[in-house]
Design a protein around this ligand. Structure first.
Ligand SMILES: NC(=O)c1ccc[n+]([C@@H]2O[C@H](COP(=O)([O-])OP(=O)(O)OC[C@H]3O[C@@H](n4cnc5c(N)ncnc54)[C@H](OP(=O)(O)O)[C@@H]3O)[C@@H](O)[C@H]2O)c1
Length: 286
C-alpha cells in the first residue's frame, strides 16, 4: 500500500474521517487543507495547502499523488471547482478517484443539488480515469453542524421535513467505504449508494436524542419559509440555500428513505446506528 492518496476537504465532516481511517489502516495520506492553521487535528499525516480559489496551490498539492478522495464544498460553483481538480488529477496521472457525491444524483428530475453532483459525476465518468462514486444520504453529523446549536440552547431542532423517513448515515461509515474503495481492488467504475441500516423520521430521532441525552429533545417541523429564514440568519448565501431547500423538499416527499446494503457489503460491518452516533457524540449536544 505505497500509493499516496490525496484527500480534499480534509478538514470537513467526511474528509476528516477519511484521513483518520486511511491513517489507521496504514495508507500514505496527504491531507489537502485550505488553511494549515486548521490542520493540527490531522496529526500524523502529510498536510499540503490546497485552495481551489488559488490555482498555484492546486497543482502542487496533486504532484506525486496516485489516488484522490474528492470532496467538494456545497457551493453553487461546485462543477467549476471540480473541473479544476479533475484537470490537476489528469496532469498528475492519478490512477483512481473516489468522489463524494449525493444520494439521488441519478434521479430524473433531480433537485438542483443532485443535478450539480450528476454533472460532476459525468465529467469524472468521461475523464478516462478510474473512479468510484459514493452517493451518501444526509449525514447523522448534520445534527451537530446544522442543528446542534438549538439542541444545546433550546432542547429542540427545526427542520422542514414533515414526518418523512430518511436512511441517514454516519460519516464514519462513508469514510470506511471510501477507504476500502481507495485501497482495495474491485471498486473501479462502481457507484455506491451509502445509507444507514434503517429509515427514521425526525420524531424518532428526537426520541433517540431524548433517551441518550437524558432530557427531552423536540423536533419542530417548520415550513420551508421558516427554514429559509433560519439559514439566512446563519449567513448561508442564497444560491447554496436554494440547493439545500431543494434537497429538503425531495426528502420531505419521501424520496430519501431507501436503505442500501453497501456499508456492510464493503466494510463487513453493520452501519453505525443513530443511537450509537448520539452516544458517541453526546458531548456535542451538552
Ligand atoms: N451534509 C450532508 O448531509 C451531505 C450528504 C451527501 C453529500 N454531501 C456532499 O458532501 C460535500 C461536503 O462534504 P462535507 O460535508 O464533508 O464538507 P464540509 O464539512 O462542508 O467541509 C467542506 C470542506 O471543503 C473545504 N473547502 C471549502 N472551500 C474550499 C476551497 N475553495 N478550496 C479547497 N477546499 C475548500 C473546507 O475547508 P475549510 O475547513 O478550510 O473551510 C472543508 O474541508 C458536498 O459536496 C455535499 O453536497 C453532503
Amino acid at each position: 500500500m505505497n500509493d499516496t492518496i490525496l484527500v480534499t476537504g480534509a478538514t470537513g465532516t467526511v474528509g476528516s474521517q477519511v484521513v483518520k481511517k486511511l491513517a489507521e489502516i496504514g495508507a500514505n495520506v496527504r491531507a489537502a487543507v485550505r488553511s494549515t492553521s486548521k490542520a493540527e487535528k490531522l496529526s500524523g499525516v502529510e498536510v499540503v495547502e490546497f485552495d481551489l480559489n488559488k490555482p498555484e496551490t492546486v497543482q502542487s498539492a496533486f504532484t506525486g499523488i496516485d489516488k484522490l478522495f474528492l470532496a467538494t464544498p456545497l457551493v453553487a460553483n461546485m462543477v467549476e471547482l471540480d473541473a479544476t481538480s479533475l484537470e490537476a488529477a489528469k496532469k498528475a496521472g492519478v490512477k483512481h478517484i473516489v468522489r463524494l457525491s449525493v444520494m439521488g444524483a441519478d434521479g430524473e428530475p433531480a433537485n438542483p443539488l443532485c443535478k450539480l453532483h450528476r454533472e460532476v459525476e459525468k465529467m469524472i465518468e468521461s475523464s478516462g480515469l478510474a473512479y468510484t462514486i459514493l452517493r451518501p444520504n444526509s449525514f447523522y453529523q448534520n445534527y451537530i453542524t446544522f442543528t446542534g446549536g438549538t439542541i444545546k440552547s433550546q432542547n429542540a431542532f427545526y427542520l422542514p421535513l414533515g414526518d418523512a423517513k430518511l436512511s441517514l448515515v454516519d460519516t464514519r461509515d462513508i469514510a470506511a467505504v471510501a477507504a476500502a474503495a481507495l485501497t482495495e481492488e474491485g471498486h473501479e467504475g462502481k457507484t455506491y449508494l451509502v445509507t444507514g441500516s434503517e429509515a427514521l423520521d425526525n420524531k424518532q430521532i428526537a426520541d433517540i436524542f431524548s433517551s441518550v441525552l437524558g432530557r427531552t429533545i423536540q423536533y419542530v417541523d417548520v415550513p420551508e419559509d421558516a427554514a429559509r429564514e433560519g439559514m439566512k440568519e446563519a449567513g448561508m448565501p442564497e444560491p447554496e440555500m436554494n440547493l439545500v431547500l431543494g434537497l429538503y423538499a425531495d426528502q420531505k416527499a419521501g424520496k430519501y428513505s431507501n436503505v442500501s446494503p453497501v456499508v456492510e457489503q464493503i466494510t463487513g460491518k453493520k452501519p453505525i446506528s443513530f443511537d450509537q452516533f448520539a452516544k458517541d457524540y453526546a458531548e456535542a449536544f451538552k
